[in-house]
Design a protein around this ligand. Sequence first.
Ligand SMILES: Cc1ncc(COP(=O)(O)O)c(C=O)c1O
Length: 370
Amino acid sequence: MLWIPGPTEVRPEVLAECTRPMIGHRSQACSDLIASLDPGLRLAFGLEAKSTSSVAVHTTSATGLMESALHGVGPRVLSIVGGAFAKRWAQIAGSMGKQVETLEVEWGRSVDADSLREALTERGPFDAVTLVSNETSTGVRTHLDRIAEVLRDFPDTLLLVDLVSYIAGAPVDFDTNGIDFGLAGVQKAFALPPGISVCCASDRFLVSAREQRDRGSYLDPVSFIEGHVARKTPSTPAIGLYYALAKQLEDISTGVTLPAADHGLVGAAAWFARFAKHERLQARTVEWAHGHGLELLPAADDASPTVSCIRAGGLDVGALTAGLSERGFEISNGYGPLKGQTFRIGHMGDHTEAGLEQLLSAADEVLAAL
Ligand SMILES: Cc1ncc(COP(=O)(O)O)c(C=O)c1O
Protein backbone atom coordinates (compact mmCIF):
# COMPACT_ATOMS: atom_id res chain seq x y z
CA MET A 1 0.00 0.00 0.00
CA LEU A 2 1.51 3.29 -1.14
CA TRP A 3 1.69 5.94 1.60
CA ILE A 4 4.54 7.76 -0.13
CA PRO A 5 3.95 11.38 -1.21
CA GLY A 6 2.88 10.21 -4.67
CA PRO A 7 2.26 8.33 -6.76
CA THR A 8 -0.44 7.20 -4.40
CA GLU A 9 -2.98 4.36 -4.44
CA VAL A 10 -5.39 4.29 -7.39
CA ARG A 11 -8.81 2.68 -6.94
CA PRO A 12 -9.31 -0.42 -9.15
CA GLU A 13 -12.36 1.06 -10.86
CA VAL A 14 -10.28 4.09 -11.87
CA LEU A 15 -7.43 1.88 -13.12
CA ALA A 16 -9.96 -0.07 -15.17
CA GLU A 17 -10.82 3.09 -17.11
CA CYS A 18 -7.31 3.00 -18.60
CA THR A 19 -8.13 -0.29 -20.33
CA ARG A 20 -11.20 0.88 -22.20
CA PRO A 21 -11.22 0.29 -25.99
CA MET A 22 -9.33 3.01 -27.82
CA ILE A 23 -11.03 5.81 -29.73
CA GLY A 24 -9.57 8.10 -32.37
CA HIS A 25 -8.22 11.34 -30.98
CA ARG A 26 -10.00 13.30 -33.73
CA SER A 27 -13.35 11.61 -33.07
CA GLN A 28 -16.43 13.24 -31.58
CA ALA A 29 -16.14 10.76 -28.69
CA CYS A 30 -12.70 12.15 -27.84
CA SER A 31 -13.92 15.75 -28.08
CA ASP A 32 -16.77 14.81 -25.72
CA LEU A 33 -14.30 13.16 -23.34
CA ILE A 34 -12.15 16.31 -23.23
CA ALA A 35 -15.22 18.50 -22.67
CA SER A 36 -16.41 16.24 -19.84
CA LEU A 37 -13.28 17.08 -17.81
CA ASP A 38 -13.94 20.80 -17.47
CA PRO A 39 -16.66 20.93 -14.77
CA GLY A 40 -14.61 18.78 -12.35
CA LEU A 41 -11.40 20.65 -13.13
CA ARG A 42 -13.09 23.98 -12.51
CA LEU A 43 -14.12 22.70 -9.07
CA ALA A 44 -10.60 21.41 -8.39
CA PHE A 45 -9.08 24.81 -9.19
CA GLY A 46 -11.86 26.52 -7.22
CA LEU A 47 -12.87 28.75 -10.14
CA GLU A 48 -15.63 31.23 -9.51
CA ALA A 49 -18.78 30.62 -11.55
CA LYS A 50 -18.11 33.61 -13.82
CA SER A 51 -14.38 33.00 -14.12
CA THR A 52 -12.99 33.25 -17.64
CA SER A 53 -9.79 31.38 -16.72
CA SER A 54 -9.13 28.28 -18.84
CA VAL A 55 -8.56 24.78 -17.54
CA ALA A 56 -6.65 22.31 -19.69
CA VAL A 57 -4.96 18.91 -19.69
CA HIS A 58 -1.70 17.94 -21.36
CA THR A 59 0.04 14.62 -21.83
CA THR A 60 3.21 15.34 -19.88
CA SER A 61 4.30 15.08 -16.28
CA ALA A 62 4.10 18.15 -14.05
CA THR A 63 7.67 19.14 -14.82
CA GLY A 64 6.63 19.60 -18.46
CA LEU A 65 3.95 22.07 -17.41
CA MET A 66 6.44 24.00 -15.26
CA GLU A 67 8.45 24.53 -18.44
CA SER A 68 5.28 25.33 -20.33
CA ALA A 69 4.26 27.99 -17.77
CA LEU A 70 7.65 29.65 -18.13
CA HIS A 71 7.22 29.78 -21.94
CA GLY A 72 4.31 32.12 -21.29
CA VAL A 73 6.09 34.84 -19.33
CA GLY A 74 8.79 37.44 -19.88
CA PRO A 75 12.45 36.96 -18.99
CA ARG A 76 12.60 38.33 -15.43
CA VAL A 77 11.64 35.59 -12.98
CA LEU A 78 11.72 35.47 -9.19
CA SER A 79 11.68 31.92 -7.82
CA ILE A 80 10.79 31.39 -4.16
CA VAL A 81 13.00 28.45 -3.18
CA GLY A 82 12.45 26.53 0.05
CA GLY A 83 12.69 22.95 -1.15
CA ALA A 84 13.62 20.61 -3.98
CA PHE A 85 10.65 21.26 -6.25
CA ALA A 86 10.76 25.02 -5.79
CA LYS A 87 14.42 24.80 -6.84
CA ARG A 88 13.29 22.94 -9.95
CA TRP A 89 11.33 26.03 -11.07
CA ALA A 90 14.51 28.12 -10.86
CA GLN A 91 16.57 25.48 -12.66
CA ILE A 92 14.09 25.16 -15.52
CA ALA A 93 13.85 28.94 -15.86
CA GLY A 94 17.66 29.17 -15.94
CA SER A 95 17.87 26.43 -18.56
CA MET A 96 15.45 28.44 -20.74
CA GLY A 97 17.69 31.52 -20.60
CA LYS A 98 15.48 33.50 -18.19
CA GLN A 99 17.05 36.02 -15.80
CA VAL A 100 16.27 34.13 -12.62
CA GLU A 101 16.61 35.53 -9.13
CA THR A 102 15.86 33.36 -6.13
CA LEU A 103 14.30 34.24 -2.81
CA GLU A 104 15.81 31.60 -0.54
CA VAL A 105 13.67 30.28 2.31
CA GLU A 106 14.93 27.88 4.95
CA TRP A 107 13.80 24.30 4.15
CA GLY A 108 10.88 23.53 6.45
CA ARG A 109 9.66 27.13 6.55
CA SER A 110 7.02 28.88 4.48
CA VAL A 111 7.94 32.14 2.72
CA ASP A 112 6.90 35.17 4.70
CA ALA A 113 5.02 37.97 3.01
CA ASP A 114 7.45 40.71 4.09
CA SER A 115 10.48 39.07 2.48
CA LEU A 116 8.53 38.56 -0.73
CA ARG A 117 7.48 42.22 -0.75
CA GLU A 118 11.07 43.29 -0.10
CA ALA A 119 12.42 41.09 -2.94
CA LEU A 120 9.82 42.39 -5.38
CA THR A 121 10.46 45.99 -4.40
CA GLU A 122 14.23 45.97 -4.21
CA ARG A 123 15.17 43.42 -6.86
CA GLY A 124 12.28 43.83 -9.33
CA PRO A 125 10.55 44.44 -11.59
CA PHE A 126 9.76 40.80 -12.36
CA ASP A 127 7.58 39.34 -15.08
CA ALA A 128 6.72 36.34 -12.94
CA VAL A 129 7.05 34.79 -9.51
CA THR A 130 7.25 31.00 -9.22
CA LEU A 131 6.37 29.02 -6.13
CA VAL A 132 5.33 25.61 -4.90
CA SER A 133 2.06 25.55 -2.96
CA ASN A 134 2.91 22.31 -1.17
CA GLU A 135 6.59 21.42 -1.05
CA THR A 136 6.62 17.63 -1.22
CA SER A 137 10.24 17.51 -0.05
CA THR A 138 9.56 19.31 3.25
CA GLY A 139 5.80 18.99 3.88
CA VAL A 140 5.39 22.78 3.92
CA ARG A 141 2.28 24.46 2.55
CA THR A 142 2.50 28.02 1.23
CA HIS A 143 -0.24 30.36 2.38
CA LEU A 144 -1.46 31.40 -1.05
CA ASP A 145 -3.72 34.12 0.34
CA ARG A 146 -0.71 35.89 1.91
CA ILE A 147 1.17 35.73 -1.41
CA ALA A 148 -1.87 37.07 -3.24
CA GLU A 149 -2.07 40.04 -0.89
CA VAL A 150 1.52 41.03 -1.70
CA LEU A 151 1.20 40.49 -5.44
CA ARG A 152 -1.86 42.74 -5.63
CA ASP A 153 0.63 45.61 -5.24
CA PHE A 154 2.69 44.33 -8.20
CA PRO A 155 0.08 44.04 -10.94
CA ASP A 156 2.59 43.45 -13.75
CA THR A 157 4.02 40.33 -12.11
CA LEU A 158 2.36 37.02 -12.96
CA LEU A 159 2.06 34.24 -10.39
CA LEU A 160 2.99 30.70 -11.51
CA VAL A 161 2.13 28.03 -8.94
CA ASP A 162 3.07 24.36 -8.71
CA LEU A 163 -0.03 22.76 -7.18
CA VAL A 164 1.28 19.22 -7.64
CA SER A 165 0.77 17.65 -4.21
CA TYR A 166 -1.87 20.19 -3.15
CA ILE A 167 -4.75 20.32 -5.62
CA ALA A 168 -7.60 17.85 -4.94
CA GLY A 169 -6.29 17.70 -1.37
CA ALA A 170 -6.91 21.33 -0.38
CA PRO A 171 -8.75 24.36 -1.79
CA VAL A 172 -6.84 26.26 -4.52
CA ASP A 173 -9.12 29.32 -4.95
CA PHE A 174 -7.39 30.17 -8.22
CA ASP A 175 -9.14 33.50 -8.85
CA THR A 176 -9.21 34.77 -5.26
CA ASN A 177 -5.53 33.97 -4.86
CA GLY A 178 -4.62 35.78 -8.10
CA ILE A 179 -2.93 32.76 -9.65
CA ASP A 180 -2.06 33.15 -13.33
CA PHE A 181 -0.89 29.63 -14.10
CA GLY A 182 -1.48 26.69 -11.76
CA LEU A 183 -0.35 23.21 -12.68
CA ALA A 184 -0.29 19.69 -11.29
CA GLY A 185 0.38 16.11 -12.20
CA VAL A 186 -2.44 13.72 -11.34
CA GLN A 187 -0.57 11.04 -9.37
CA LYS A 188 -0.87 12.84 -6.03
CA ALA A 189 -4.15 13.94 -4.42
CA PHE A 190 -6.15 13.22 -7.59
CA ALA A 191 -5.11 9.57 -7.00
CA LEU A 192 -4.58 8.68 -10.65
CA PRO A 193 -1.75 6.95 -12.50
CA PRO A 194 0.99 9.39 -13.61
CA GLY A 195 1.31 10.57 -17.20
CA ILE A 196 -0.94 13.57 -17.68
CA SER A 197 -1.07 16.99 -16.03
CA VAL A 198 -3.77 19.57 -15.49
CA CYS A 199 -3.52 23.33 -15.43
CA CYS A 200 -5.50 26.53 -15.22
CA ALA A 201 -4.46 29.77 -16.94
CA SER A 202 -5.76 33.27 -16.33
CA ASP A 203 -6.71 35.50 -19.25
CA ARG A 204 -3.73 37.72 -18.58
CA PHE A 205 -1.41 34.72 -18.62
CA LEU A 206 -2.68 33.88 -22.11
CA VAL A 207 -2.24 37.50 -23.22
CA SER A 208 1.34 37.43 -21.91
CA ALA A 209 1.99 34.02 -23.50
CA ARG A 210 0.82 35.13 -26.94
CA GLU A 211 3.36 37.98 -26.75
CA GLN A 212 6.32 35.67 -26.09
CA ARG A 213 8.47 34.50 -28.98
CA ASP A 214 10.10 31.08 -29.20
CA ARG A 215 7.53 29.29 -27.08
CA GLY A 216 8.59 25.91 -28.38
CA SER A 217 6.05 23.52 -29.75
CA TYR A 218 4.90 20.60 -27.58
CA LEU A 219 5.01 22.69 -24.40
CA ASP A 220 3.72 25.91 -25.95
CA PRO A 221 0.98 26.85 -23.47
CA VAL A 222 -1.06 28.74 -26.06
CA SER A 223 -1.14 25.74 -28.37
CA PHE A 224 -2.22 23.07 -25.90
CA ILE A 225 -4.63 25.29 -23.94
CA GLU A 226 -6.33 26.50 -27.13
CA GLY A 227 -6.42 22.87 -28.28
CA HIS A 228 -8.11 21.80 -25.06
CA VAL A 229 -10.64 24.62 -25.29
CA ALA A 230 -11.40 23.66 -28.92
CA ARG A 231 -11.60 19.96 -27.80
CA LYS A 232 -8.88 19.10 -30.34
CA THR A 233 -5.51 18.45 -28.72
CA PRO A 234 -2.53 19.43 -30.92
CA SER A 235 -1.08 15.92 -30.56
CA THR A 236 -2.42 12.52 -29.52
CA PRO A 237 -3.37 12.61 -25.82
CA ALA A 238 -3.05 9.67 -23.39
CA ILE A 239 -6.69 8.75 -23.94
CA GLY A 240 -6.73 5.98 -21.32
CA LEU A 241 -5.60 8.44 -18.66
CA TYR A 242 -8.18 10.97 -19.82
CA TYR A 243 -10.87 8.33 -19.20
CA ALA A 244 -9.44 7.72 -15.72
CA LEU A 245 -9.38 11.46 -14.99
CA ALA A 246 -12.98 11.84 -16.18
CA LYS A 247 -14.15 9.06 -13.85
CA GLN A 248 -12.20 10.34 -10.88
CA LEU A 249 -13.46 13.91 -11.32
CA GLU A 250 -17.02 12.62 -11.59
CA ASP A 251 -16.58 10.38 -8.52
CA ILE A 252 -15.06 13.18 -6.43
CA SER A 253 -17.78 15.61 -7.53
CA THR A 254 -20.57 13.17 -6.64
CA GLY A 255 -19.12 12.20 -3.27
CA VAL A 256 -18.35 8.59 -4.27
CA THR A 257 -14.84 8.80 -2.81
CA LEU A 258 -15.99 10.28 0.52
CA PRO A 259 -16.39 8.48 3.85
CA ALA A 260 -19.91 7.12 4.44
CA ALA A 261 -20.83 10.02 6.75
CA ASP A 262 -20.35 12.45 3.83
CA HIS A 263 -22.23 10.47 1.18
CA GLY A 264 -24.85 12.53 -0.59
CA LEU A 265 -22.63 15.61 -0.87
CA VAL A 266 -22.15 16.79 -4.46
CA GLY A 267 -20.34 19.55 -6.35
CA ALA A 268 -18.24 22.03 -4.35
CA ALA A 269 -19.56 20.58 -1.06
CA ALA A 270 -18.14 17.17 -2.01
CA TRP A 271 -14.76 18.72 -2.84
CA PHE A 272 -14.71 20.56 0.50
CA ALA A 273 -15.52 17.32 2.31
CA ARG A 274 -12.55 15.74 0.49
CA PHE A 275 -10.34 18.59 1.74
CA ALA A 276 -11.68 18.13 5.28
CA LYS A 277 -10.80 14.43 5.11
CA HIS A 278 -7.22 15.39 4.23
CA GLU A 279 -7.09 17.72 7.24
CA ARG A 280 -8.25 14.86 9.49
CA LEU A 281 -5.67 12.47 8.03
CA GLN A 282 -2.99 15.08 8.68
CA ALA A 283 -4.16 15.78 12.25
CA ARG A 284 -4.19 12.05 13.07
CA THR A 285 -0.69 11.58 11.61
CA VAL A 286 0.64 14.46 13.72
CA GLU A 287 -1.09 13.06 16.82
CA TRP A 288 0.57 9.68 16.17
CA ALA A 289 4.00 11.33 15.69
CA HIS A 290 3.63 13.31 18.92
CA GLY A 291 2.66 10.06 20.69
CA HIS A 292 6.11 8.77 19.77
CA GLY A 293 7.85 11.99 20.82
CA LEU A 294 8.36 13.00 17.16
CA GLU A 295 7.83 16.49 15.70
CA LEU A 296 6.94 17.72 12.23
CA LEU A 297 9.66 19.53 10.28
CA PRO A 298 7.40 22.55 9.57
CA ALA A 299 5.70 24.69 12.17
CA ALA A 300 2.08 23.63 12.76
CA ASP A 301 0.71 26.62 10.81
CA ASP A 302 2.79 25.69 7.75
CA ALA A 303 2.13 21.94 7.81
CA SER A 304 0.89 20.40 4.58
CA PRO A 305 -2.52 18.72 4.57
CA THR A 306 -1.28 15.96 2.22
CA VAL A 307 2.34 15.19 3.15
CA SER A 308 3.64 14.98 6.71
CA CYS A 309 7.38 15.41 6.92
CA ILE A 310 8.42 14.16 10.36
CA ARG A 311 11.77 14.77 12.07
CA ALA A 312 13.39 11.43 12.80
CA GLY A 313 15.22 12.47 15.95
CA GLY A 314 17.40 9.47 16.79
CA LEU A 315 15.23 7.05 14.81
CA ASP A 316 16.77 4.86 12.08
CA VAL A 317 14.63 5.92 9.11
CA GLY A 318 15.94 3.13 6.88
CA ALA A 319 14.89 0.53 9.45
CA LEU A 320 11.44 2.13 9.82
CA THR A 321 10.76 2.20 6.08
CA ALA A 322 12.12 -1.37 5.65
CA GLY A 323 10.03 -2.67 8.57
CA LEU A 324 6.90 -1.08 7.10
CA SER A 325 7.73 -2.42 3.67
CA GLU A 326 7.87 -5.97 5.08
CA ARG A 327 4.35 -5.39 6.40
CA GLY A 328 3.10 -4.15 3.03
CA PHE A 329 3.27 -0.38 3.59
CA GLU A 330 5.52 2.07 1.73
CA ILE A 331 6.43 5.45 3.22
CA SER A 332 9.33 7.70 2.11
CA ASN A 333 12.66 8.63 3.56
CA GLY A 334 13.54 12.34 3.72
CA TYR A 335 14.25 14.04 0.40
CA GLY A 336 17.78 15.03 -0.66
CA PRO A 337 19.61 16.69 2.24
CA LEU A 338 16.80 15.62 4.61
CA LYS A 339 17.41 11.90 3.96
CA GLY A 340 17.86 10.08 7.26
CA GLN A 341 16.80 13.18 9.19
CA THR A 342 13.12 13.05 8.29
CA PHE A 343 10.57 10.62 6.90
CA ARG A 344 7.44 11.41 4.92
CA ILE A 345 3.94 9.99 4.96
CA GLY A 346 1.72 10.89 2.00
CA HIS A 347 -1.86 10.87 3.32
CA MET A 348 -3.52 11.99 0.15
CA GLY A 349 -6.00 11.07 -2.52
CA ASP A 350 -8.45 8.29 -1.79
CA HIS A 351 -6.74 7.05 1.37
CA THR A 352 -9.19 6.55 4.22
CA GLU A 353 -9.03 7.13 7.94
CA ALA A 354 -9.38 3.36 8.53
CA GLY A 355 -6.47 2.75 6.15
CA LEU A 356 -4.35 5.27 8.05
CA GLU A 357 -5.02 3.42 11.32
CA GLN A 358 -3.66 0.24 9.71
CA LEU A 359 -0.50 2.04 8.60
CA LEU A 360 0.00 3.64 12.01
CA SER A 361 -0.45 0.39 13.92
CA ALA A 362 2.07 -1.28 11.60
CA ALA A 363 4.41 1.65 12.32
CA ASP A 364 3.81 1.16 16.08
CA GLU A 365 4.87 -2.46 15.70
CA VAL A 366 8.02 -1.52 13.79
CA LEU A 367 8.95 1.18 16.32
CA ALA A 368 8.40 -1.23 19.21
CA ALA A 369 10.74 -3.74 17.55
CA LEU A 370 13.37 -1.04 16.97
C1 LIG B 1 5.72 19.60 -5.65
C2 LIG B 1 6.16 18.84 -6.86
N1 LIG B 1 6.40 19.51 -7.99
C3 LIG B 1 6.79 18.90 -9.12
C4 LIG B 1 6.96 17.54 -9.15
C5 LIG B 1 7.39 16.88 -10.40
O1 LIG B 1 6.34 16.13 -10.92
P1 LIG B 1 6.57 15.12 -12.12
O2 LIG B 1 7.52 14.10 -11.63
O3 LIG B 1 5.18 14.58 -12.35
O4 LIG B 1 7.09 15.88 -13.27
C6 LIG B 1 6.74 16.78 -7.98
C7 LIG B 1 6.94 15.33 -7.98
O5 LIG B 1 6.93 14.68 -6.95
C8 LIG B 1 6.32 17.46 -6.83
O6 LIG B 1 6.07 16.79 -5.69
